[in-house]
Design a protein around this ligand. Structure first.
Ligand SMILES: O=C(O)CCC(=O)C(=O)O
Ligand SMILES: [Fe+2]
Length: 217
């Protein structure tokens, strides 16, 4: 073997086998792409939890923003809202579970963001981490969990165009991916999109984790 070229990079997500035992729920590992690590998870949220997150967010949705300056842009046409951690017992319980799945303290999270896409709405291909030139990269994002809160009739897949991989929304399931590799090419392979919804609505909840603590608890 020559140097490090054949060695696998370290990952954050250390779960092995086909399930993750969190404090209150057994989450299923359904599919894995190894490098960069992309994991499809089943049984992350119950139907009731999905409905509750939608209910909590419905009245408060605002046009989604992007980047460190939080601008409105055609790259991201969905509407969304951040669920404040302490506002609700369901949110607190879900955040605890997310932290166990993502293997990072919840204080490293940007907060739980609920998004709604209606037909034609999308999130064009993007990275969840910030460019090295941006201020926000001082405490950059390192991993993402996108949870699907409903079944979408048509469209709305989470697509990784460089990998030719698509994950279709299914209520209670989620897709996890990380981009904290020292080989930056691996991070760049996590380019992803929320493809346009064709029919029905698409509700998701996203958690982005940072390298260091981000939220004041
Ligand atoms: O809606 C999706 O499928 C992807 C969402 C996403 O990429 C994000 O919130 O960062
Ligand atoms: Fe994203």
């Amino acid at each position: 073997m020559i140097g490090n070229a054949t060695e696998k990079e370290r990952t954050i997500f250390e779960h092995v086998g086909n399930r993750i035992k969190t404090e209150d729920r057994e989450v299923r590992i359904l599919a894995k792409y190894e490098e960069p690590l992309i994991v499809v998870l089943g049984n992350v949220l119950s139907d009731e939890e999905c409905d509750k997150l939608i209910d909590l967010s419905k009245e408060r949705l605002q046009r989604s923003r992007i980047g460190e300056d939080r601008e409105v842009n055609t790259i991201r046409t969905s509407r969304g809202v951040f669920c404040e951690e302490k506002e609700n017992e369901t949110v607190t319980r879900i955040e605890k579970r997310i932290s166990q799945i993502m293997n990072i303290p919840i204080e490293h999270g940007d907060g739980l963001q609920v998004l709604l896409y209606t037909p034609g709405q999308e999130y064009k291909p993007h990275y969840d981490f910030f460019a090295e030139t941006s201020r926000a990269s001082n405490n950059n994002r390192i991993s993402t969990l996108v949870m699907y809160l409903n079944d979408v009739e048509e469209g709305g897949a989470t697509a990784f165009p460089t990998l030719n991989l698509s994950v279709f929304p299914c209520k209670g399931m989620a897709v996890y991916f990380e981009y904290f590799y020292s080989n930056h090419e691996l991070n760049e392979l996590t380019l992803h999109a929320g493809t346009p919804v064709i029919q029905g609505e698409k509700w998701v909840a996203t958690m982005w984790m940072r390298r260091q603590s981000f939220r004041v608890s």
